[in-house]
Design a protein around this ligand. Structure first.
Ligand code: SF4
Length: 441
């Protein structure tokens, strides 16, 4: 048996040369997490967006830099139709057809900010694939469904999902600034932005949700999602947070948002100041690719973190987008540098028309196994499958145990080395144990 025994002096895994690695970064340049790994040809993080003023001049003539950094200007100039998209991108025939066929339940919408990150010449660029429709969305394969997680069946009142004992999902809005083609809730997306009179049509739904939470003392934790809650005006979000904070048994409020990746200018000082009033408040930020980690996004994350909000990330594993360890690793390491702790890596839900995005289910385990030891444990999220039908999140992790040898638990480390741990539990059951149970001999 190839069993190496660590003594106390060897307890640390050897340095793989990535953690703390020197980079060739200019000391004057802001931290660039993408430099921590060598470039991968397949990944498109190396696409360099057109300089902003050139982009504005070419695609939004007359618009000023001041307008560009106004989130409301961004929302009112979204790319939402074939003509808009063709103005900015060289569309392939497939993209042109798909935009024409777009499922009515999930419209096309991309902020100008995110559109600038899209490679105008490459339809296979990961960021572009995530937001431009594909004809394959129209093909429902075996096991796919419009509501694969059975959320509608766990909804005691409209706009609220109560699946886990002590927490609920509160669906604030049906609107996002940019629509992801793999969205689990694509069946209900594409509503009006909340603003002006827009809040009124949702007020009744919100009141029903608030009433349910008030009369359900088991609910200690409320996740605001949607749609994207940060697309709402400060006043609407403040109103909702104030009402939730007034419910004594609600201890924690969380907000799920993709705004820092697709509309970072939305994270204003006023927004951060308002959110700070409602602690304990947590945030789950949706990121999918290192190409989303721009300087604007770094500033948005910093503003939220400076407001005392713990930031976690949620990522959907997507075929051809982020299913290579190098790509995922660059993103996870970059998130840490942006003060965001990677939280969940999701297997893509089997929504209707998602086959082109879904990887083999164990690919996420392989990726985490490849990254273990190369990245700090802080950078490694939990990989989960959200069980179809409403079973909740089920974690899948690489297994590093090889079984028992006598009283020792035998383990394989990230680099393939085999080690023994003198396990007190093993000592008790040693006589009954086979020498090894997982073929480590
Ligand atoms: S940001 Fe979230 S809710 Fe909005 S389209 Fe993307 S996945 Fe769906």
């Amino acid at each position: 048996m190839d069993t190496a025994i660590l003594d106390s002096g060897e307890a640390e895994p050897p340095d793989c040369g990535l953690d703390g690695q020197e980079t060739d970064r200019d000391p004057e340049e802001p931290p660039s997490p993408t430099r921590l790994f060598p470039p991968v040809p397949k990944a498109q993080a190396d696409f360099h967006p057109t300089p902003l003023l050139d982009f504005l001049h070419r695609h939004f003539p007359g618009a000023t830099r001041r307008e560009w950094v106004d989130w409301r200007w961004q929302l009112s100039h979204r790319i939402t139709c074939l003509e808009d998209a063709a103005r900015i991108l060289e569309l392939s025939e497939a993209e042109t057809s798909a935009i024409g066929l777009t499922r009515s339940s999930l419209p096309l919408a991309v902020t100008p900010y995110y559109a600038r990150l899209l490679d105008p010449k490459n339809p296979q660029q990961p960021l572009r694939r995530m937001v431009l429709p594909s004809c394959r969305e129209a093909v429902r394969t075996t096991g796919e469904a419009d509501d694969p997680l059975g959320e509608d069946g766990h909804s005691p009142v409209p706009g609220l999902v109560h699946r886990y004992p002590n927490r609920v999902l509160f669906l604030t809005t049906d609107f996002c600034s940019t629509y992801c083609r793999y969205c689990t809730r694509s069946r209900g997306m594409g509503g009006q932005q909340i603003g002006g009179g827009g809040l009124e049509h949702l007020r009744q739904r919100w009141e029903q949700g608030l009433d349910y939470i008030s009369r359900t003392p088991a609910v200690q934790d409320v996740l605001l999602s949607g749609g994207d809650p940060l697309t709402m005006p400060d006043e609407a979000l403040d109103w909702l947070l104030t009402r939730l904070r007034a419910i004594k048994h609600v201890q924690i409020v969380r907000i799920g948002t993709k705004v820092p990746a697709v509309l970072p200018m939305r994270v204003t000082t006023d927004l951060a100041r308002m959110l700070k009033k409602h602690h304990p408040l947590w945030m789950s930020l949706h990121f999918t690719h290192p190409g989303e980690l721009t300087e604007d996004t770094r500033k948005a994350c910093a503003r939220l973190a400076d407001a005392g909000i713990p930031l976690g990330s949620q990522t959907v594993l997507l075929s051809g987008v982020n299913d290579e360890p190098e790509v995922m690793g660059r993103m996870l390491q970059g998130l840490l540098a942006y003060r965001v702790r990677p939280y969940y890596l999701y297997q893509c839900d089997p929504i209707s028309g998602s086959a082109h995005f879904r990887t083999p289910a164990l690919r996420g385990v392989e990726i985490l196994r490849a990254l273990r030891g190369r990245l700090s444990g802080y950078a490694l999220p939990t990989f989960v499958i959200d069980a179809p039908g409403g079973g909740g999140k089920i974690p899948l992790a690489p297994d590093y145990t090889l079984g028992y040898s006598g009283a020792d638990l035998v383990l394989r480390n990230y680099a393939g080395g085999v080690y023994r741990y003198p396990d007190p539990a093993g000592a008790q059951k040693a006589p009954a144990q086979p020498a090894m149970s997982k073929g480590a001999a």
